[in-house]
Design a protein around this ligand. Sequence first.
Ligand SMILES: Nc1nc2c(ncn2[C@@H]2O[C@H](COP(=O)(O)OP(=O)(O)O)[C@@H](O)[C@H]2O)c(=O)[nH]1
Ligand SMILES: [Mg+2]
Length: 308
Amino acid sequence: MFEKLKEKLGLSNKEESRPSSEEVRGTSINVAAPSKDFDEITSNLKISLIEADVALPVADRISNVLLKKLDDKSIRLKGDRSAVFKEAVRATIKEIAAVSPLDLVDRAEKKSPFVVMFVGMNGTGKTTSIAKLAEMFKQKGFYVVIAASDTFRAGAIEQIALHGERIGVRVVKHQAGGDPAAVSFDAVKHASKIDRSVVLIDTAGRMQNNKNLLEEMKKIKRISNPDMIVLTLDALSGTDTLNQARLFDEAVGIDGYIVTKIDADAKGGGVISLLSETKKPILYIGTGQTYSDFIPFSLDWYLDRLLN
Ligand SMILES: Nc1nc2c(ncn2[C@@H]2O[C@H](COP(=O)(O)OP(=O)(O)O)[C@@H](O)[C@H]2O)c(=O)[nH]1
Ligand SMILES: [Mg+2]
């Protein structure tokens, strides 16, 4: 997924900027390129970022910070100049997208039952991510209960019940069309009797303008009193990622994200906007459809793929 941005950053074009072999043989050389060069580099970078789905204000911020970094000091380098710019770009994005990390397992160790409610648009991967987390928590020795609170979409209860059977965790469910808040209440009540328990609440996909569903989501929150609310976002939604994050945060308050389908051919910029504009952590990323295709998010890991 990262190839496009990498290419567009213009960092792969080493020919133009490579110092002569004589220069390279020296120890450390001072490039001191004229600042109009830097202007051009940063404005190219800004265009590339926007094309890679980074939101305009974020692309602006990145290119301004980069320009300042490059202007502030003459660049000393041994060898490949593009590597130096790459490092400057990496440091700039790290600075702008830095968010305090949040460890879900660590939180769960400290409170039982640890209740997490999942929200997100239809098809973004709530149910799949819950199954992946259920498997992970089970492997770590937690007692896992899933609340089948998507009572709205046809087949949703069966889908999560099947995951529960496969993984070997309890799924609390009512009839289709039933009250999703009541399901979450029962799941929390059941888990309260057991030490080191985790409750994962699946909910129905929300459409931006569906007021009933938004109200229902608020009711599940009120009744289940979750320790955390996690929003799932599809990496393929590009610039809409940020809109979704803001909408759900306004409605129920979001503590962190799971970004799914990183394995698909997304441009990758949405993640940078999301972090820098909301300053909330990405907890995990989904990298495929099987339970093990799930890894804790790290900005370094992400930037390695973006820039190397
Ligand atoms: N390739 C890929 N597909 C995923 C990932 N996460 C979820 N999916 C798929 O996305 C589709 C919708 O997922 P689902 O969990 O039902 O979404 P929900 O409507 O939010 O509950 C399913 O076909 C999943 O297998 C992921 O990380 N990578
Ligand atoms: Mg679902």
